[in-house]
Design a protein around this ligand. Sequence first.
Ligand SMILES: [Zn+2]
Ligand SMILES: [Zn+2]
Ligand SMILES: [Zn+2]
Ligand SMILES: [Zn+2]
Ligand SMILES: [Zn+2]
Ligand SMILES: [Zn+2]
Ligand SMILES: [Zn+2]
Length: 1730
Amino acid sequence: HSREIQPIKWLQANDLQKEVYQHLAYYVPKIYCRGPNPAPQREDMLAQHILLGPMEWYLCGEDPAFGFPKLEQANKPSHLCGRVFKVGEPTYSCRDCAVDPTCVLCMECFLGSIHREHRYRMTTSGGGGFCDCGDTEAWKEGPYCQKHELNTSETAEEEDPLVQLPEDMVARAYNIFAITFKYAVDILTWEKENELPGLEMIEKSDTYYCMLFNDEVHTYEQVIYTLQKAVNCTQKEAIGFATTVDRDGRRSVRYGDFQYCDQAKSVIVRNTSRQTKPLKVQVMHSSIVAHQSFGLKLLTWLGSVIGYSDGLRRILCQVGLQEGPDGENSSLVDKLMLYDSKLWKGARNVYHQLFMSSLLMDLKYKKLFAIRFARNYERLQSDFMKDDHDRELSIADLSIQIFTVPSLARMLITEENLMTTIIKTFMDHLRHRDIQGRFQFERYTALQAFKFRRVQSLILDLKYVLISKPTEWSDDLRRKFLEGFDAFLELLKCMQGMDPITRQVGQHIEMEPEWEAAFTLQMKLTLVISMMQDWCALDEKVLIEAYKKCLTVLMQCHSGFTDGEQPIVLSMCGHSVETIRYCVSQEKVSIHLPVSRLLAGLHVLLSKTEVAYKFPELLPLSELSPPMLIEHPLRCLVLCAQVHAGMWRRNGFSLVNQIYYYHNVKCRREMFDKDIVMLQTGVSMMDPNHFLMIMLSRFELYQIFSTPDYGKRFSTENTNKDVVQQNNTLIEEMLYLIIMIVGERFSPGIGQVNATDEIKREIIHQLSIRPMAHSELVKALPEDENRETGMESVIEEVACFKKPGLTGRGLYELKPECAKNFNLYFYHFSRAEQSKAEEAQRKLKRQNREDTALPPPALPPFCPLFASLVNILQSDVMLCIMGTILQWAVEHNGYAWSESMLQRVLHLIGMALQEEKQHLENLSEENVVTFTFTQKISKPGEAPNNSPSILAMLETLQNAPHLEVHKDMIRWILKTFNTIKKLRESSSSSPLAETEGNIMEESSRDKDKAERKRKAEIARLRREKIMAQMSEMQRHFINENKELFQQTLEELDTSTSGAHENSPVISDAKLTALGPEQTRVAEPRQVVMCILCQEEQEVKVDSRAMVLAAFIQRSTVLSKNRNKITPDPEKYDPIFMHPDLSCGTHTGSCGHIMHAHCWQRYFDAVQAKEQRRQQRLRVHTSYDVENGEFLCPLCECLSNTVIPLLPPPRVLFNRLDFSGRPNLTQWIKTLSQQVKALHLLRNEDCASHSGHSEKMDQLQLPEGFRPDFKLKNPYSESIKEMLTTFGTATYKVGLKVHPNEEDPRVPIMCWGSCAYTIQTIERILADEDKPLFGHLPCRQDDCLTSLTRFAAAHWTVSSLSAVQGHFCTLLASLVPNEKNGNLPCILDIDMFHLLVSLVLSFPAIHCQDFSGVSLGTGDLHLFHLVTMAHIVQILLTSSTEENGMDQENTNSEEEVAVLTLYKFLCQCTGSALKEISSGWHLWRNLKAGIMPFLRCSALFFHYLNGVPAPSEIQVNGANQFEHLCSYLSLPNNLTCLFQENSEILNTLIESNNEVKRYLEGKRHAISYARESNKLIDLPDDYSCLINQASNFSCPKSGGDKSRAPTLCLVCGTMLCSQSYCCQTELEGEDVGACTAHTYTCGSGVGIFLRVRECQVLFLAGKTKGCFYPPPYLDDYGETDQGLRRGNPLHLCKERFKKIQKLWQQHSITEEIGHAQEANQTLVGIDWQHL
Ligand SMILES: [Zn+2]
Ligand SMILES: [Zn+2]
Ligand SMILES: [Zn+2]
Ligand SMILES: [Zn+2]
Ligand SMILES: [Zn+2]
Ligand SMILES: [Zn+2]
Ligand SMILES: [Zn+2]
């Protein structure tokens, strides 16, 4: 009743706060924290009733059950979705429409949006964050989904939601919100231990909690271990505590008086303070804990109440942001934010959620909150630095929600100067500087490194702020942006020149210097630097200002770079220049030059502006000093060259890594690329000769080229090969750099291109290396801030897509017409890529029968600011360099010269020619061509006098024998030279000359062609010669290895001749697989070779055993009942297989044959080696030797035993058939007598040992039965041993027991494995719609042959009486006798297993039967008997549906007969059977139901007796049933069996209770035909699975989300994998949910889909496992393991089928074995914990 009384009291109260506080002070401690463990359900119920209920009453002014719905109805709901994401929930972003990648939709909104048809990206949420549906600023298009669009129609944006609420309610809401919100904030931020804020301690019970807090420092194991010690709990309890601490951030671990709790605290602190800081523990008064619990409850409650009405939401926002009496930062929201880092995880989650559902959902208050957030920014970040929780758990992380809103970001920049604030805060946290004020990361402590990682999140904030670019600039924005830019330059200034290095000579460096921190910073800043430039590019004023600022800072950085030393003068070819003395190899040099690079970027932007074209004089270019601009980038590039030349080897790996990242796609855009741009910028303003001399000097090559003949002398005088080699490399590198400076003009602003040209060129060069998958291409291309490469828009133009097959992935191939754009010296190629591309392109040209020259491609023209760069190519110094190198090549002496040097010179000449050609072609009237390269190279050289011209040298080189490879290129150069000459002439002469030129051209092309043809001819002849040699060698080889070949030929012979012998028989008579009429076939002599000793041997009964490697495993693949409880293996009697086939024993083999003794020796060696290895390394292998596992020595297939090879065993025991063949009834009668006799004899044996008693005399032994007869075992000792080995292995694995060869169950397991394996293979063939015979792979065929023969021979090594006993029991299930009671009813027997066991145990009785009835007769009768039983089984259980099927009214003989039989069955069962009148239906059902059994039987008898299958069942076709019946010696009309043996039927269903119960519907039975098992159906769209998994919560920890939800593909169960919460004990070990599941679902083998990772997991046993590619592909034909790319994924049915086939074929374990052998790291994974 307090629900109503309390609020009425409150409504009248003067001091409401006091009243409410009193109420809370009294009740809260009575509800919460009443004992050591929380009782959330009880607490929630009481709190709702006593505390929250009255508040709701008060708020509504009436029963909230009416009040809230009213509010909801009156509410005009927001058009924002705002759904807060759970961990693991799928989120979607649209690559076409999202303003940035942080804009996401929840699944529901996504499915109702236009974006599902766009290029979307899918990710799983890490928790936190909310759906942006309805936020018009987040989407360029389609901001609303269908659902949220409805809400937009009437709402006027600016309408105050409060008008919808009654006034008195507004007032009440203010009151109650203010009180409760304040209460919650006060109690959560309360720090005193024995007092409460404004509350009296009503109940002073003085109980305490020892509260353990979570941190990110200690591991789970440490916490668990410590708790066990400190509070004396079990491991289970400790795990429970640790899990809650990890999830909620705190958990009380002890309850009691202060001292008791304090004691635990000190133990925990002591135990965890050794290496790290101790775990946080606090002893807290239970009242405080109680109020805190309720405080959190209140915040959650507020969140749900405001969900009813936007008006209430606004009121709460107002209350939260209202400034308190203490002024600045005194609002409740501020208080919480500023206390954030001191709160525990659970509390943070709750109030962050409240902020998201209140402040961030109300547009007006979102802005106000953003301002509060920005003003507190510095403080919040500092708190975050000190905090040790992950960023997602910090309030600082809300920046992503605020800064990514473009209007807010813009507002915060202009009004709160946010850019500057962020950058300054960032700088404040990086205080370590060297004397020049640069960042210093050397000798970084772990704590600093940790802090540094946290600081990086500020860069992310900067990125968010910049991500949406302004469309309009206000003066304010300009000012504030430039202010921010200033701050940014300050930051870059601290990086310019950081981590300088000096070349190490003599000794190797002692310690690798720290370099990663600096690179991390650079890498993180890369996008920000690019975005800064993007912003500048949008406004000319800003750009010019920024350029000036940047230039000023750069000059500050390099002030005094010419100080000190005297300048030196360089002169060459009549040019001279002053420069400083500086050697990269001797002085400090740094890779970090962000200021220079930023200036380079801005310069390119300037070049794009209109000003640059029209009034370049307006640009601040005059202030530039080009030599200063190029100096540092040049040093950096020289450093790379020297590293490549091996000069920095002693500086260790850190330098190699830095150089790698400098060029890497992640960094190069703002490192290497910009250095090239800076050189281009500087050089474009310099005399190229001057530049080249400075460059020569920096490369330390000036002497070589400036002194005539210096090079030659240098190489002859210098005996140090290394130094010469070094110089060669440096020259190559320098030439490469020149190629880049002149040739790289694909950035807009440098060359006259647009952005798509740039990306196209990148793709062309990637695909020139080889065809690539989409993801590979994406990785090779730089991404922008929106994670886009721009590839999709151009890829179609340059590449064709090739779809993937069953494995592998889809590939893009370069279009042939794009090959002409290939540039061998593309600047983003690594060395390896360059040589691969060269090889691939040359090969391509050869295939197309073209010459193999790879000339430079035609290039786009430069922009005006860079136009002068081309002059490098025709500058005097350049020509001198070219001439010198060509001279070396002509003289060709010594090693001061390299082919790649020449290749580069040729490329440069080619570039110059292309340039000149283009100039001529684009010649307009008024322009004079100033590019006259052809003229210059035709002139003879100047120094030394009369040296030959470059052209002349090229002509000489054309015929040089040592330059064969370059011949095509030189020819191309000379040809182009001629073309240009003609172009020049034609421009001055008549058009006639031009055509003449063409003819000339033509004839030279013909000549080329003829030459190529001649070469092709030579090549062909050479090939033929080689082929002839090869075949000669082969003949020789065969002669030498005659024996070997003889043998294979013989084998071939026997197999084919065998077929010949049989063929006439086959064609004439019908083939019969069993019975007295069985077709006799001569068994071909079987000679096999041992893979270990390579010796061959014949398979015979009395020779040494040959064996096949085999793998036995328990299997549930055919199971129809996965929930069956596995019986105790020690007591379990496996003699009858239940038709649910819940667990079988499967045998497989790779088909490789060994001598038994060779195998034994091999296995012993493996075992010994493994033991030694395990002692040494303590690691496992992919196989478990202790369990008898080994790898097949030939194919490494996992095996755990061997099967002996045997000749057909039945022949050995078959005696002549001279009796009149008894019919089934007679035969059974005789057999029953024999069985009875055996029973009596056995009882006799047991009863007395005193010889024969009278009973024995009474016993009438059936005629010819001699129970005392002992058969001599025909097999050799070695074969007998192998029979026992394999039998014992089957028993051990199949029953999971210790091996015991004496156990009477051994033979049963052998027969069972034979039957089960045949059944699995029959299913696979049926599922694939393949004919029964002739389509099995050899290995399976061999395996089934030996398995069947083995099973048939095994009784000879078992105890005869045991096998006889088994036979009697088996038979009694169909022919009851008084001795065997309690047998399963025929509904509960798998008839095929029964058949196999009966047939294979029968010889044990038959061997003592000398009456003259043949074994074959017995086989046939047994088969008929079981078939009849199966027919009865089918008729009893078939759920025939008469209606709805068309039936033919033919009433054939079969139909009439089956109907009669059915009616008879009805009578026998007391008419409990359903009335059926359609014989047609019955017959149809019977045929369908019995087919699998007949097919299995055909396989069985085929392998047992070796009778080939008739050709009709080797193909799919009509009348399979009839052909099978004929092969199996069955009448086509199966019911005839009953007519001939009418008595049998009675015995089959006689007085069976179970049948009756089934017919009365009291029990279940399997019906036939059993359907094949498949893996579960998977949805087409992968996001369905993600969604399903995100809704899945851990079954053990009360509604918590599972971290690794994993789907069993066999049965569809979702599991909470890889987590402590769901570990269980299995056979004395803790195992994860998946491993535990495999034991019930898959007998130890499991196939799972790890949903978050999009990865298939195979498990086998506790130690084996591997990952397997998922059957989901994106549109580019690729899987996405780990869901990193996020492209939409769809089910690939073929790949899923492949996985299913692996499962059906029992190849999962084998697959794991191969995977583990191929990848050793898989062996180390703790698979059992998954
Ligand atoms: Zn949504
Ligand atoms: Zn929506
Ligand atoms: Zn879209
Ligand atoms: Zn051998
Ligand atoms: Zn093998
Ligand atoms: Zn769990
Ligand atoms: Zn399962």
